[in-house]
Design a protein around this ligand. Sequence first.
Ligand code: HEM
Length: 409
Amino acid sequence: MGRSMIETIDPVNIQAVLAHQFEDFDLGSRNDCMRPLLGEGIFASDGPVWEHSRALLRPNFVRAQVSDMNNVYEKHVSRLIRKIPVDGSTTIDSATEFLFGKSVDTLLANESNSTANSTSNAFAQDFQISQAGILLRIRLGGLKAFYRDKAFTKATEDSREYCMGIVREALANRDSPKSSSDQSYVFLHELMKQSQDEKMLADQLLNLLLAGRDSTAGLLSILFLTLAKRQDILLKLREEVLPKLDGRKPSFEDLKSMTYLTWCLKETLRVYPIVPINVRVANKNTTLPTGGGPNGNLPLFIPKGQEVMYSSFSIHRLPEVFGEDAEEFRPERWEGLKPGWAYTPFSGGPRICLGQQFAMTEAAYTTVRILQEFDHIESRDPEPFKENVTLTLASQNGTKVALTSSQKQ
Ligand code: HEM
């Protein structure tokens, strides 16, 4: 419908778009589609506005690498573990604790000592509705001008209002003795040291929540779905993790030293990249290193305004890089493997994912704690994996696994 797309799965072209010729490409219409929810934040901007956000947020992720396991992860992972026999739902509790300094506590809902309230649960739902609306806007391209959806508008406004409320409260209490005595690391409090602009702070938090919520949830859900179906891999993982810790909770260093666990996470992100396709738009006449000429091996002209789509999903399956069994889930392939630009689950270049370390730590921590808590993980899903591509990649059939623990019975 009047929209043309150049698609590439050549690692050299990806490197050009994301790194070598970074200045030639923008995010394009994605910014407009995302603006109602994300404002001027890092995920929905280019040029100097993006640069400003990146400079503001980046230092916090260095600190975040050594973030407090107990306050950020353990608290919510143990609640998740308590919930698993009931419904095992995925949540945004850790992300909001880390970002807002106050969790939406969806995992506490329906528990007798619950402090979770309906407002924060409504936020989780609103955020979901708003995200789905954004996806539709992106897919519609130029036709989005005709798209009107009252539910999207309301959910988007309510999400923003909830987040603004958190920011206002934090700004009002920033000099209170309680807030300065709380030693746990809170992203919002760090940002407030640099700016007290309510809208800007809310924009950044919403952007980070969008970036960090379904991505890590998708990685964990797909990993557990795979482990449940592949008992051989599960056994190897248990053999690495359990004796090493002897029942103790893992530290950051423990997680780093678990090679097979790292391979399993990397392999999940290879076969099921959470951002499976992505698009950039040329902001001037330019070229890609390859794809042109009669044999497709010369530079290719890219006119200003041209959309270029690249698929990590397909690149991650190139047999020349990953071997003839590239379609298969085999963590052992990571021994000595250095795929360079053929492996980009967290993107690359100046816009590489800021939360990579946070996500990998959160996923590793959660996996280890669940393995420690449950003896058996079995599949209840006879179907092969089927993709559901939302803003991120997820499992179409959910994560139908059964977990049992002999200690708890
Ligand atoms: C498994 C989990 C994750 C995966 C696979 C992932 C992947 C990605 C990818 C592919 C991008 C590039 C998007 C683009 O340029 O169009 C990105 C950007 C980003 N991610 Fe992540 N991400 C994950 C988790 C997180 C988490 C937990 C956070 C923060 C708490 C986060 C924060 C960000 C931010 C801020 C950006 C934008 C960077 C920029 O544009 O400069 N991510 N992520």
